[in-house]
Design a protein around this ligand. Structure first.
Ligand code: R5P
Length: 300
């Protein structure tokens, strides 16, 4: 029998996944000592069971990783037959290569740690680069929110007089896939640059034809800088209405405020990362990725 556990980073998502599978979330206990150390304990009998741990490693990234590792350890010590880790948002994924001399490849270190824990399988969602799964030597399923976005775009009738836009070159593959799902909807891309020292974003131009309405699609929104810069250049080029679809609502610092005050009409994200009340804003809409994850878990 399959037993599903959740770390503390996104319990509502874990509960939704369990509901989809008509299962109850298995119990665990996470105790925090006064010095910040955590003690994790599995409260269900998992001896001989296939188990799943759900834990997006979003903010606080390092803490959420440690919790994940301790949960895996607890399950293995308690005799679990297998441990699959569902990491809907994989922290450190953007540090997947050396940008400047002397840097660590943080993602590579994380992959080694996950593998060393002895997990059987990793389930990830909309990774920053399609090359990331190649870094894992263990089985990995790379899910995507694109079909969920395509359904929403169709349902809301957003395709009329609209063009899909990638806010940078790195997202063109994503845009092409979504375009195929939407009867070859036209697409364009913004030429974006990020200064590695200051983080400042500049846009150089746009390749492709724009229409009155634009649907920006990205893997994640962190500071909101990419979206704001994209919206500004699009407006300067005559676009009237801008919708944003992004899988991961990282929403660091003032991102919610920046997005609410930006020139975009709506920001649609998934619940891969838990969004607390104080990070929600009027223009935000959250779609649940739980059915896609549940389907993958039950596909075994
Ligand atoms: C960049 O390559 C990513 O696809 C996102 O566009 C980026 O990480 C978003 O970050 P921010 O919101 O801080 O600009």
């Amino acid at each position: 029998m399959l037993k599903i556990f959740s770390g503390s980073s996104n319990k509502p998502l874990a509960e939704k996944i369990c509901k989809e599978l008509s299962l109850s979330l298995s119990l665990s206990e996470i105790h925090i000592f006064p010095d910040g150390e955590k003690r994790v304990r599995v409260l269900d009998n998992v001896s001989g069971n296939d188990t799943v741990v759900i834990q997006p490693t979003s903010y606080p990234v390092d803490e959420n990783y440690m919790e994940l590792f301790f949960l895996i350890d607890a399950l293995k010590r308690s005799g679990a037959k297998s441990v699959t880790v569902v990491i809907p948002y994989l922290g450190y994924q953007r540090q997947d290569h050396i940008f400047r001399d002397g840097e660590s490849v943080s993602l590579e270190a994380i992959v080694k740690l996950i593998e060393a824990m002895g997990v059987s399988k990793v389930v990830a969602l909309d990774l920053h680069s399609i090359k990331i799964p190649e870094q894992f030597k263990i089985e990995i399923s790379h899910l995507s929110a694109l079909s969920l976005f395509a359904k929403k775009i169709k349902k809301d009738g957003l395709t009329q007089d609209a063009v899909l836009v990638s806010p940078d070159d790195g997202g063109i593959r994503r845009i092409k896939l979504l375009s195929e799902m939407l009867n070859n909807m036209p697409f364009a891309a913004i030429d974006k640059n990020r200064n590695l020292e200051t983080g400042k974003i500049t846009t150089e131009g746009i390749s492709g034809k724009l229409l009155k309405k634009v649907i920006i699609v990205d893997d994640m929104i962190s500071s909101g800088g990419t979206i704001v810069a994209a919206a500004e250049i699009l407006k300067k080029n005559g676009v009237e209405d801008i919708y944003v679809f992004a899988t991961h609502a990282v929403f660091s610092a003032d991102a919610p405020k920046i997005l609410q005050n930006s020139k975009v009409s709506k920001v649609i994200v998934t619940d891969s990362i838990f969004i607390p009340k104080n990070k929600k804003f009027k223009k935000l809409e959250i779609l649940s990725i739980a059915p896609e994850i549940a389907k993958e878990i039950s596909a075994k």
